[in-house]
Design a binder for this molecule. Structure first.
Ligand SMILES: NC(=O)c1ccc[n+]([C@@H]2O[C@H](COP(=O)([O-])OP(=O)(O)OC[C@H]3O[C@@H](n4cnc5c(N)ncnc54)[C@H](O)[C@@H]3O)[C@@H](O)[C@H]2O)c1
Length: 352
């Protein structure tokens, strides 16, 4: 059994607690959160409860920690873990700024203490199958990608003040997951142009359209809104999200020199003979694969990272690049220009 502490038992922290409680290889070292609800959760699960995470790390010396705190606390909590040799899973975004993310990257790389960033979609069966098909060369070089995240958040979602101000909008809450998957499947992002929308009238954005150039030459476009009714979002199509119904279908389209793939319905479209082209019908093949549910797979991977048996699938450096590319969307829209990932990293205080 490995002993993992939970830092922050709010909306997503509670899910991590329940997942850990039912995982055969994991014991919850402590639930650490000053809120009365967290104390009740620890009581329900019969695990130690603490309110101060620094004191808890020194006292209980867990093998690993899941950091599900508000964004601005990710860096101090991660540094406290890394200094003590404790591997951590940091919820997304890795930090509230590139400068804070860079401090986590520096500490993790200097000490060799592993950090896994909680971009859980990479552990999802559909994304794993897509990654496998791409790695096996089934699509050939990827030329173009097009994706959508379009769903309707209810009005009372915005009753909480921070959701209406900078950092609380659809870019850092939702688009960051799409950006992470685009980087994972297609390759590193070179540069971005974007428009954002403010249809609800809040200071914070509720939608964005992106034009993306990848370092390998592929081009991408992506559209996101939390103010539109549609079934086209990974949350629905994958059947893997925690709080959403399953609506089977596609949300992401990848086209390569040899074949095309749609995610999450996992159809691969290709010619059957090398001499065929746009005037010949395409054959459709199913490329779906079964696998552990996304959050269980993420936790199982984290347990292997804690034991130093696997390298993190999303390192701190990787998480920082996903954050930088997501923040680039906001800058590109505000300044109405092309923004490069390298520029974001350098200006944010990180080496590209
Ligand atoms: N991967 C995902 O799907 C996903 C989903 C939701 C949230 N998140 C991320 O998880 C993080 C937490 O989000 P949330 O929605 O659960 O927030 P939340 O506000 O519901 O929970 C945060 C918790 O942290 C506790 N806390 C605050 N300061 C603390 C401190 N100093 N020590 C210990 N506990 C403290 C609060 O009491 C609260 O219970 C955020 O970074 C968010 O972006 C990720």
């Amino acid at each position: 059994m490995i002993r993992i502490a939970l830092l922050g038992a709010g909306l997503i922290g509670r899910e991590h607690a329940d997942l850990m409680a039912s995982h055969p290889d994991i014991a919850i070292a402590a639930i650490c959160d000053p809120s009365p609800e967290a104390a009740k959760l620890a009581e329900r699960l019969s695990v130690p409860y603490r309110s101060d995470y620094v004191a808890m790390l020194d006292e209980l010396r867990p093998d690993g920690a899941i950091i599900a705190l508000p964004n601005q606390l990710h860096a101090p909590a991660a540094l406290a873990c890394i200094e003590r040799g404790i591997a951590c899973l940091i919820e997304k975004p890795i930090a509230e700024s590139i400068a804070s993310a860079a401090r986590i990257v520096e500490a993790s790389e200097r000490t060799g203490v592993p950090v896994l960033v909680g971009h859980q979609r990479r552990h999802s069966p559909d994304i794993r199958a897509a990654k496998q098909a791409i790695a096996a060369g089934e699509l050939g070089d990827i030329v173009a990608v097009n994706g959508m995240t379009l769903f309707d958040k209810p009005a009372n979602y915005f009753d909480v003040a921070w959701r209406k101000s900078a950092g609380g909008g659809v870019l850092l809450i939702n688009l960051i997951h799409d950006i992470d998957i685009l980087r994972h499947l297609v390759g590193e992002i070179d540069s971005i142009r974007a428009f954002t929308s403010h249809a609800r009238g809040f200071a914070v954005e509720d939608g964005a359209s992106l034009s993306i150039r990848f370092a390998n030459g592929a081009l991408g476009s992506f559209i996101i809104s939390d103010n539109a009714v549609s079934p086209w979002a990974w949350e629905y199509s994958s059947g893997q999200a925690l709080y959403h119904p399953t609506q089977p279908g596609p949300c992401l389209f990848l086209a390569g020199r040899k074949a095309a793939l749609s995610v999450s319905d996992m159809y691969l479209w290709r010619h059957e003979r090398d001499d065929e082209h746009w005037q010949h019908p395409l054959a459709r093949h199913y490329r779906g694969a079964a696998g552990l549910p996304t959050y269980v797979a993420q936790l199982t991977h984290f347990a292997a990272v804690v034991r130093r048996e696997q390298q993190p699938l999303i390192t701190a450096r990787d998480g920082m690049a996903t954050l930088a590319a997501t923040l680039a969307v906001d800058l590109a829209a505000r300044e109405d220009r092309t923004v490069t990932l390298a520029e974001m990293l350098v200006q944010g205080g990180a080496a590209p």
